[in-house]
Structure formats: structure tokens, C-alpha cells
Design a protein around this ligand. Structure first.
Ligand code: PLP
Length: 393
């Protein structure tokens, strides 16, 4: 990486933020000798399969349509907005409408946009630690102060609503939750999510729920019942990613679900940030939401099996303690209290050929933990983990 300083002064808030962390960990791959076997890359969370062939064919055909090369509506193509509202409504057993949806270039862009809509520099939000590192980077670069809510291994990394209540002050604008969680994999029980919403409503602040991994839960039970409350939009902003569920992270599609008044303000931001979301995949995803539901459910079932294989793998290795696992991730305490998580992760890559991310990428106080994105690889590879982990002493 070029270590030269910028040639002119840049925004001090951007300069103060660390470089994106995943490339650092991925560079360890190049230092691995290969002696323990092929590298098992459990670093960045990526779908382990391409989208279904029928969807790839639809994408190819959509790219040939000249209409896809033109600008589209700021908030996204109506067909995708309607389809996302209908599918979310189906999963959460609640009536949702196209007017309550904005389509974005991925869930990361949804988060930046929502934060810009909610808060200005000097305002505050409540953020559980460990956090998804891009959330923290966004807040720091926008000058939004984060009040930290500890999520602890003893409670399965589910944050406590009473502790959140104690952090709320006059400048607090929102509580941010990610469930299923990145990095811990924790799945917050519906009553906990609902208690956070009740608190937010009482305090007149927003609950921002990042539900990127919602499709990897049991499809028979809604992840929460917030949308069933006719007044949901007074509190909730729900963020979604089409990247993982549809295995199309390169097509950059995500969504914001919020009340119409919020969506109207968000349109101003999206007009400046993206003008319109990329068009080729929008019409395809609008159709695939129905036509590929079976494929997505099969992927969800496969990930549940991988989560179980990961639990079984760590149970077989002395010293390692899996503290939580779900959807895409396992969050695991390593056996060496005197070693930094970065040292353990680096040595794990170099000596065992297993790439995981050190806990401190996800916040302060995470030195004992590593994140393993088990969704990246098949069950046979996960079964090989104990042998690999035991190479490290
Ligand atoms: C919690 C969470 N939110 C958002 C994203 C980004 O999703 P997208 O590809 O839709 O921008 C990720 C990706 O890893 C994530 O883990």
C-alpha cells in the first residue's frame, strides 16, 4: 500500500479512520506456505455459491435491454420496491407497501444514507460492541458520536435494553442493532428486539435494524413482530441486503424500509449519492424474489448445517470456546489470554492455513475473540478445522 501522505489536506474525520481491515487479513494469505493444506478462508463474508443458473441467465438478458442503460427512478424500480415490500410482509406477516421502500447500492449504502438522514456531526447514536466495522467507520467519518453498549459472551452477545436506556441523552438519535449479528452470529430473540423498539418509541428516537442476514433464519417464524404494529414506522428503520440471500454482492443492491415521510427525505440523499440504483439486477431480483425462493431456503438450510458443523468442530479442540454462532458467523475465544487476537489470527493463517478476523476489527475489548465466517466453505472443510487449529501452539 502507498504510504505517502495525501498531497493536500483532507477531511480530518476521514484521515482519523483506520484503513479498511479485510485487506490486511487477506494479505496473510500470501505469506502462508501451504504446508497444512489449502487455505481455508473464513475472513470476508461471501456467498459460497454463485446465484442459480436461471438467475444468471436473466441477468444476461437484462443487460441486453437498452432500458437498463438509462437512468431509473431515484428510489429504485417500482417492481423491486413492491416485491421487497411484499416479501418482507410475507416473512414478517405484516402489510408493507412499495412507498415504504428505497432501493440502494447495497446495505452499506443504506446505512450511510440512513445515518446522514438521522444525525449530524455532534449528534449521538447507541452502538453495541462488537460492531460491524463499516458502521463504526461511517459514524466516525460523519462526526456522529457512538455511545457504546457492551454485548457480552455471558448473554450470548445479545445487548441489554436497560443498559441502552441508561445511555440515552438529549442528543441521542438512534439505537443501531444488527441481527443476525455480524460479527458474533448472535440472533436476537424477538422479545429483545421488541423491547428495544418500545424503548426507542418512549424516547422518540429511531431503531435502526440491519437485517442483512435475515434470510438465514427459520423461514417459518418472523425474526420480530415490529412490522405487525400499525405504528411501526414511528420507530423502525429496517435495512436489508440482496447480496447474501441472492448471492449477488457484485450487483450492489440493498434496501431501506421506513415510513413514507422518512423515505421522502432519504430520496434527497439518494438523488445525490446514487441518482438511481444500478438497473440491470433490479428487475431480475424483483422476479427472483418469488421464482428463486426455494433456492434461497435451501441455502438457508445449508447454512444452518454449516453452523452446526462449526459448533461441533470447535467442541473438539481444547482451549477454543465458541461463544456464539448463527447465520454466517461464529465468534470464538482463542486459548491464549496473553496473546493479542491479531497475533493469533496471523499465526493461524501462517501456520494452520485458516484465515479468520481478529476481534479488535470489531471494536474495543475484543482481544480474546476471532470471527470465523463459516458460511464461506462447505461442511467437509469445516470438519477439517480441528486438525488445523491444533497445529497452533
Ligand atoms: C451487517 C452487514 N451489513 C451490511 C453489509 C453490506 O452488505 P451489502 O453488500 O449489501 O452492502 C454486510 C456485509 O458483510 C454486513 O455484514
Amino acid at each position: 500500500m502507498n504510504a505517502l501522505p495525501p498531497p493536500f489536506s483532507l477531511n480530518r474525520r476521514v484521515l482519523a479512520v483506520d484503513a479498511p481491515p479485510i485487506p490486511e487479513a487477506q494479505a496473510w494469505k500470501g505469506l502462508y506456505s501451504g504446508d497444512a493444506g489449502p487455505m481455508i478462508d473464513l475472513s470476508q463474508a461471501v456467498p459460497s455459491t454463485p446465484p442459480p443458473t436461471a438467475m444468471l441467465e436473466m441477468l444476461a438478458r437484462a443487460a441486453l435491454n437498452p432500458e437498463a442503460s438509462r437512468y431509473g427512478p431515484i428510489l429504485g424500480d417500482p417492481a423491486l420496491r413492491a416485491a421487497h415490500a411484499a416479501e418482507t410482509g410475507r416473512l414478517y406477516q405484516a402489510p408493507l407497501r412499495e412507498a415504504e421502500v428505497a432501493i440502494t447500492a447495497g446495505c452499506n449504502q443504506a446505512f450511510v444514507t440512513v445515518m446522514m438522514a438521522l444525525a449530524g456531526a455532534g449528534d449521538r447514536v447507541i452502538l453495541p460492541v462488537p460492531w460491524y466495522f463499516n458502521h463504526r467507520m461511517v459514524l466516525d467519518m460523519l462526526g456522529i458520536e457512538a455511545d457504546i453498549l457492551q454485548a457480552r459472551p455471558e448473554t450470548g452477545f445479545v445487548p441489554d435494553v436497560a443498559q441502552a436506556a441508561a445511555l440515552i441523552g438529549p442528543s441521542t438519535r438512534a439505537i443501531i442493532l444488527v441481527t443476525p449479528n455480524n460479527p458474533t452470529g448472535a440472533i436476537y430473540p424477538p422479545p429483545v428486539i421488541e423491547a428495544f423498539a418500545t424503548l426507542c418509541r418512549a424516547k422518540g428516537i429511531a431503531l435502526v435494524l440491519d437485517e442483512t442476514y435475515r434470510d438465514f433464519l427459520d423461514p417459518g417464524a418472523p425474526p420480530h413482530r415490529l412490522f405487525q404494529d400499525a405504528r411501526w414506522s414511528e420507530t423502525l428503520i429496517s435495512l436489508y441486503s440482496f447480496s447474501k440471500a441472492h448471492a449477488i454482492p457484485g450487483h450492489r443492491l440493498g434496501a431501506i424500509l421506513a415510513g413514507e415521510a422518512v423515505i421522502r427525505e432519504i430520496a434527497k440523499l439518494l438523488d445525490c449519492i446514487q441518482i438511481c440504483p444500478a438497473r440491470v439486477a433490479q428487475g431480475v431480483v424483483a422476479r427472483a424474489i418469488d421464482s428463486e425462493r426455494g433456492w434461497r431456503e435451501a441455502q438457508g438450510a445449508e447454512l444452518a448445517r454449516r453452523a452446526q458443523a462449526t459448533r461441533e468442530a470447535f467442541a473438539r479442540v481444547p482451549g477454543w470456546q465458541l461463544h456464539s454462532a448463527g447465520a454466517y458467523f461464529a465468534y470464538v475465544a482463542h486459548p491464549w489470554p496473553q496473546r493479542s487476537a491479531a497475533e493469533v489470527a496471523r499465526r493461524l493463517a501462517l501456520e494452520s492455513g485458516v484465515l479468520a478476523l481478529p476481534g479488535p476489527y470489531f471494536g474495543t475489548g475484543q482481544e480474546r475473540h476471532l470471527r470465523f465466517a463459516f458460511a464461506n466453505v462447505g461442511i467437509e472443510t469445516l470438519r477439517a478445522l480441528p486438525e488445523r487449529l491444533q497445529l497452533l501452539s
